[in-house]
Ligand binder design. Sequence first.
Ligand code: NAD
Ligand code: MG
Ligand code: MG
Ligand code: MG
Ligand code: MG
Length: 340
Amino acid sequence: MAELFYDDDADLSIIQSKKVAVVGYGSQGHAHSLNLRDSGVDVTVGLREGSPSRAKAENQGLAVASVADAVRDADVVVILAPDQVQRIVYRDEIEPNLKDGAALVFGHGFNIRFGYIQPAAGHDVLMVAPKGPGHLVRREYVDGRGVPVIVAVEQDASGAAWDLALSYAKAIGGLRAAGIKTTFTEETETDLFGEQAVLCGGVSQLIQYGFETLTEAGYQPEVAYFEVLHELKLIVDLIWEGGITKQRWSVSDTAEYGDYVSGPRVITPDVKANMQAVLADIQNGAFAKRFIDDQDAGAPEFKALREKGQNHPIEPVGRELRKLFAWVKPSDQDYTEGSA
Ligand code: NAD
Ligand code: MG
Ligand code: MG
Ligand code: MG
Ligand code: MG
């Protein structure tokens, strides 16, 4: 059984006695900064010159400084810039200004696991990674709840890195739900696998193939959209509440029988073999290298794939239909870049 932590296992006063710099004010950065501030922690947001996030952070009443200035003063530096730029920000702005003994906190283990950042021996290196999107990390905290976090210590220079990690996890509200003890290696490899094989990659491809199959067979795109995309959320909510068994209990016997006989025809054993190959490329660093090499070249592959995805025929159908849904708030449709 995994080791779990709750609010009573952590001492909030540890993080309250530190100066914290949060580098990056995106999805996770804004949530960590605001939750820390509301938990009585001294926070400064570190942003690059001309960052479009500066006004957003200042409007929330947060102190904002350059990354270098924020880091110079900080006992704890939280690195929540995008994974692909972290090593550059670390090399140019964090490392040269880092106080002796300052702790480093990550929200994902990518740069440590694959060696893109190698902190000097004197620094505690921690991870507090919410298992949910940043906007939920903030919303849940405001509502008095929290998003579960996974917590790891890669380097315990002070001998008190775990106490600091748990204190930080409590301050962002994670221990109201639960903290789960892990390692940088386990978090990084399972996170990348989950998003690639199931949550993002697997689900997106499944939806697109389902939509293509129905529309190519002559069915109306709007009906196909409802069947393979809109209803997915309702099904996933049931799975989330009570496992696959609750979903099968709630649907008709017809649907349940179809699940048993046709699920394994669609997702065949070679899909599992493909997943194992994806996992191997994560473990051996091939995925990380492909991602970072592409980013360093200006992200040509990433941009081309993003454009191809945005042009899939299901996207305009969904855009038009969602405008007609009385129950979808306009703010939930706003996923444009920079809205994070
Ligand atoms: P993001 O893309 O939403 O935001 C990153 C922010 O970093 C930007 O908004 C900007 O303020 C800043 N930034 C960008 N370039 C910068 C630069 N060159 N120098 C300094 N600051 C810069 O990022 P995110 O999705 O919040 O991811 C941050 C970290 O959290 C990553 O390690 C990611 O894997 C992890 N994480 C994210 C989520 C999530 O919900 N998005 C969930 C779990 C873990
Ligand atoms: Mg994840
Ligand atoms: Mg991830
Ligand atoms: Mg149906
Ligand atoms: Mg049933």
